[in-house]
Design a protein around this ligand. Structure first.
Ligand SMILES: C[C@H](O)[C@H](O)[C@H]1CNc2nc(N)[nH]c(=O)c2N1
Ligand SMILES: N[C@@H](Cc1ccc(O)cc1)C(=O)O
Ligand SMILES: [Fe+2]
Length: 515
């Protein structure tokens, strides 16, 4: 089966690519985020722009270093890989070259001779009449060769008058231009970029802006998240009295409002969390305990996040049933609203429903749809996320109830959402995805889902029309996202499903036999 693990070289290349173009911690702080008005769609646009610019400057730098302005992206990639250390320089790698020959004459044999001199092995050789004017033949040659020799070969081919063009193809079909996305839960170590402009250091309207001790404390907790790596135990935080009393006051108001305004699925899990002593007055739940709870119910786990993540990084983690959660607490002067997500929002708003099987699956569906999506599609997906997971309403026996995390952790807006003031529209992914929104005042429009099942079904139909030319699937046994683009992979999946169907059939038979 073609799993990311067996397609090792490609994955390695893609990962290197991501690391090479990576931005340290945040998109906004180092890049002067310009927007004044908060919108996650603008955030997503800004993220793409910074990624493009960073990539451009990395390429420029490499071209200058190699003193060759004509280096293609693939060649920069190769040169950087070779420059890592002695071993990397002499490591043999497979490469595909397209050569455009002016004349078929003796030039091909000369080229092959050069390959031989450089200790390369030809794995495959194909030719076809060239469509390029002034050229006779196009040759596709696949080689195994040490990286440094490959660079040398490219240089000498470029100088040869017999060739009208030389193109290095991407390593093992991985297109360096294609969007990288995490293939294994451990790759989420690379998916924690922040939008930092709502942090207390930068946002003058943040209630903690003038409070030095608060900013220090927040930074200290955020740093724990920065150094977190996949597989580490989730760090325990010793919350202080101020933090605990903030939690307790928000918790009390939520408990009062739930019976009337929260959806049944939320209330059910909330009760469980109270029964287990995870949700109570006087103690902020530890992410570790919450993560274990979620894992028992839906397989979701938590990893600490240092602040508001970019939409692409945040959504990607959902594909792995991982929720990236902040661990610091909002400022004590403003318990009922904070401009950036904090652990009270994540714990009270998001966690209960992540323990509901149907909702967990909906969240994962959005995450899976985001992998390899275009920038425009990420904008749409985050808008859908906004009007469902963050601010969604749903119907329950003719009454409108809240399931959005931003409503369940902010009681003022919850009362507003269920009052007769805002406009309510039925949830339709295609139109919901285009609705502009802001995050500074209460929402003027909310979208109402018939049920989670219905929302999921509509979402799935809508997502099927997206541009990605392949389907992806999460394999819970390996924690890998598999790209369903090979017959072998599909056959494997089919045989697994076949086995499940047999179990299902047997179960039905046994129940029937019991009557
Ligand atoms: C996908 C969407 O933009 C969404 O609102 C995300 C953004 N980043 C986040 N980052 C953190 N830490 N917590 C969140 O709830 C979110 N929500
Ligand atoms: N406003 C939310 C927190 C929040 C802020 C920004 C977000 O994108 C999400 C959540 C609260 O007070 O609970
Ligand atoms: Fe949220």
């Amino acid at each position: 089966m073609k799993t990311p693990e067996s397609n090792n070289m490609g994955v390695h290349a893609a990962k290197k690519n991501r690391e090479m173009f990576a931005i340290k911690k945040s998109y906004s702080i180092e890049n002067g985020y310009p927007s004044r008005r908060r919108s996650l769609v603008d955030d997503a646009r800004f993220e793409s722009l910074v990624v493009r610019q960073t990539k451009q400057s990395v390429l420029e730098e490499a071209r200058q270093r190699c003193n060759d302005a004509g280096l293609t992206e693939e060649e920069v990639f190769l040169a950087n890989a070779a420059a890592e250390n002695k071993e990397a320089e002499t490591a043999v790698q497979r490469a595909g070259l397209v050569l455009r020959l002016r004349e078929s004459g003796g030039s091909l044999s000369r080229i092959l001779k050069t390959v031989e001199n450089l200790k390369g092995t030809v794995v495959q050789l194909e030719s076809r009449p060239s469509k390029t004017p002034g050229c006779q033949l196009d040759i596709l040659v696949t080689l195994d060769m040490a990286r440094s020799s490959l660079l040398q070969l490219l240089r000498s081919l470029r100088q040869s008058g017999a060739l009208a063009g030389v193109t290095l193809l991407s390593e093992n079909k991985v297109d360096a231009k294609e969007a990288w996305f995490p293939r294994h839960a451990r790759d989420l170590d690379n998916c924690n970029h922040l939008m930092t402009k709502y942090e207390p250091e930068l946002d003058m309207n943040h209630p903690g802006f003038a409070d030095k001790a608060y900013r220090e404390r927040r930074k200290q907790i955020a740093n724990i998240a920065f150094s977190y790596k996949y597989g580490d135990p989730i760090p325990h935080i010793d919350y202080n009295d101020d933090e605990i009393s903030t939690w307790t006051s928000v918790f009390k108001t939520v408990v009062d409002l739930l019976p009337k305004h929260a959806c049944a699925e939320y209330n059910r899990v909330f009760q469980l969390l109270q029964d287990e002593g995870i949700f109570r007055e006087g103690a902020i739940p530890q992410l570790k305990d919450m993560s274990d709870f979620l894992q028992r119910h839906t397989g979701f786990t938590l990893r600490p996040a240092a602040g508001l993540l970019t939409a692409r990084d945040f959504l990607a983690s959902l594909a792995f049933r991982v929720f990236q959660s902040t661990q610091y607490v909002r400022h004590p002067t403003s318990p009922f609203h904070t401009p950036e997500p904090d652990c009270i929002h994540e714990l009270l708003g998001h966690m209960p429903l992540l323990a509901d099987p149907s909702f967990a699956q909906f969240s994962q569906e959005i995450g899976l749809a985001s992998l390899g999506a275009s920038d425009a599609e990420i904008e749409k997906l985050s808008t859908v996320y906004w009007f469902t997971v963050e601010f969604g309403l749903c119907k329950e026996g003719g009454v409108v109830k809240a399931y959005g995390a931003g409503l369940l952790s902010a009681y003022g807006e919850l009362l507003h959402a269920v009052s007769d003031k805002p406009e309510r529209r039925p949830f339709e992914p295609a139109s919901t995805a285009l609705q502009p929104y802001q995050d500074q005042e209460y929402q003027p429009i909310y979208y109402v889902a018939e049920s989670f099942e219905d929302a999921k079904e509509k979402f799935r139909k809508w997502v099927a029309g997206m541009s990605r030319p392949y389907e992806v699937r999460f394999n819970p046994h390996t924690q890998c996202v598999e790209v369903l683009d090979s017959v072998a992979g599909l056959e494997n999946l089919m045989s697994q499903l076949h086995l499940e169907m047999m179990h299902l059939q047997n179960a039905v038979n046994k129940i029937k036999a019991g009557f």
